[in-house]
Every structure is written in structure tokens, then in C-alpha cells.
Design a protein around this ligand. Structure first.
Ligand SMILES: C[S@@+](CC[C@H](N)C(=O)[O-])C[C@H]1O[C@@H](n2cnc3c(N)ncnc32)[C@H](O)[C@@H]1O
Length: 267
């Protein structure tokens, strides 16, 4: 009797296993990676992936889901001043009054509107892919009577920047969710003026104690790999923010021997 029960259970388990295997194989990919690589693509799609990700991988990193416009209030939370100390970052940008800055993945413009007073003869392009964020940006612009912030509705592959038009591209907590990081960054590189800079601010992926979801953090190593892939040279990493890396890049060839890491360790 007991033996019969065991055999029945064993058969059921084998059957369920076979069905799962057939399903996984039918949605593509080969075991064990279950990965689909389109020919000529820099991306890989995986059926089995992190629930916070989109199942698309770039140079070994899973791209995170986009933070929807419903999270706009979180971006403007009053505790952010204390938690992230954005003013330190703004002061450290060393902008000139006529600089043109692209704030890519601007969201509600938390940084765009703080940067704008530093470039009174220049402008800040506040770029986002969500029309709702663009509406919010336009509302705040009107409310604050700011004339040098220009909201720009981008596409997932194109930040809509003119070639050789920007002094700085800054991305704060945004790059990790770009669905087409390779295409976007290629456009950013084209849009940089000869001495233009790219500044990436991402939560430190090396530090498990930073209370942010894993796919919303990045390690220095991964960021350097992805920037090198589009021809950007790492210039320096600054460690003055409590939770984020501030990583500075320039066009390759412009910064051959300047590399220095101001962080004593990777946290
Ligand atoms: C977590 S929010 C950060 C917003 C802002 N930088 C801040 O720190 O308050 C990320 C923003 O990036 C935008 N985003 C995602 N993919 C993008 C892309 N390919 N191009 C431009 N913006 C993008 C999202 O719509 C979202 O508003």
C-alpha cells in the first residue's frame, strides 16, 4: 500500500518535471542558461530572471524595471535631502554659467531644477521617457518660473540630443533601468562636446547594507565595463555621498593617464 503511494508520487513528480522542462524549452533558450541571444545583439534574454528585472541582460547585468510615474512622490520625498545629500553632488559638478546639461532619466526634475540656477546662460535638458514625468516637469517649471529647464520626451533608444551639444550628461538613479543602455549611451557619446563629461550616480552595488533593491544598485566594476563598451574612459569615482557612487567619465583619448580612484575601498 505504502509502496504504491510512493510510486504514484514519484510518477507525479517526474510528470510535473517533464511538463516544466517542455515549457522552459518551448519559451526558448538552451539549458542551463535558458538564454536567447539575438544575432548581432548586445543583449541576452532569459526566461528565468529576477522579479524586479525585465529578463534582459546587458554585459551580465539584468536591467531593472522602470520606476513608474506613480513613484514621483517618492523622488520628491523630504527625507531625500538627508538620506542622499543631493546638495553635495550639485556643488561638486563644477559647472560654468553657459553649460548645457542633459539630465537623462530626470523624473520629476529633482536634480534638473537644482542644477538650473548654476547655468543661468546655459540650460538643463530634463529628459525622460514617461509622458507623465514630462507633464510634471512642465508643471514644476511653470510653478517655479524657471526658463532654462527644457523637458524632453525621449524614446527608450534615443535621448534626442543634438550631436556635440552638451557639456555634461548626468544620470542619477536612472541608468540601471534603461532598456537600451547601449543605444542610449552611444547617442550620449555623440552628443558630448569634445571635453564633455558623463556623470553616473548609482547606489553602491558592492554594499549589501544599502536598503535599495538589488537591481537598482550597480557596482563600479559593472559601470566601468558598460561605459568602456561605448568608448567612455573612467576618470574618477567620488565617495562623498552616503549611499551612491559618483562616477565621472570622458570620451576615450581625452583622459589617458588621469585615472584616479578617490575611494579607499569599494563601499
Ligand atoms: C528612479 S527615476 C530617477 C529620477 C531622477 N533622476 C531622480 O533622481 O530623482 C528614473 C527615471 O528614469 C526614466 N527612464 C527610464 N529609462 C529611460 C530612458 N531610456 N531614457 C530616459 N529616461 C529613462 C524613468 O522614466 C524614471 O523617471
Amino acid at each position: 500500500m505504502k509502496g504504491n503511494m510512493q510510486t504514484r508520487w514519484l510518477r507525479r513528480i517526474i510528470l510535473i518535471g517533464a511538463v516544466c522542462l517542455a515549457f522552459l524549452l518551448s519559451i526558448g533558450g538552451t539549458l542551463p542558461a535558458l538564454a536567447l541571444v539575438e544575432e548581432g545583439s548586445v543583449y541576452q534574454e532569459r526566461a528565468i530572471h529576477h522579479p524586479d528585472g525585465i529578463g534582459k541582460f546587458y554585459l551580465g547585468r539584468e536591467i531593472s524595471q522602470v520606476m513608474g510615474h506613480m513613484g514621483a512622490g517618492w523622488l520628491e520625498r523630504p527625507t531625500r535631502e538627508f538620506e542622499e545629500q543631493p546638495q553635495l553632488l550639485i556643488e561638486d559638478l563644477h559647472l560654468k554659467p553657459a553649460d548645457v546639461v542633459a539630465d537623462i532619466g530626470a523624473g520629476t526634475g529633482y536634480f534638473s531644477f537644482r542644477i538650473a540656477p548654476l547655468v543661468p546662460q546655459g540650460k538643463v535638458l530634463a529628459i525622460d521617457i514617461q509622458p507623465e514625468m514630462i507633464e510634471i516637469l512642465n508643471e514644476i517649471k511653470k510653478e517655479k518660473h524657471v526658463s532654462n529647464v527644457e523637458p524632453v520626451l525621449a524614446s527608450e533608444t534615443d535621448p534626442r540630443l543634438e550631436p556635440s551639444s552638451i557639456d555634461l550628461a548626468i544620470m542619477v538613479d536612472a541608468y540601471h533601468e534603461f532598456e537600451y543602455p547601449y543605444e542610449v549611451m552611444q547617442k550620449v557619446v555623440q552628443a558630448l562636446k569634445p571635453n564633455g563629461r558623463v556623470i553616473l550616480v548609482e547606489y553602491r552595488g558592492e554594499n549589501p547594507f544599502i536598503p535599495i533593491k538589488g537591481l537598482h544598485k550597480m557596482t563600479q566594476k559593472q559601470i566601468k565595463k558598460e561605459m568602456a563598451h561605448v568608448g567612455l574612459s573612467w576618470v574618477e569615482t567620488k565617495g562623498y555621498l552616503p549611499q551612491q557612487h559618483v562616477m565621472v567619465f570622458g570620451k576615450s583619448g581625452n583622459h589617458p593617464q588621469e585615472e584616479r580612484n578617490l575611494l579607499p575601498f569599494n563601499f
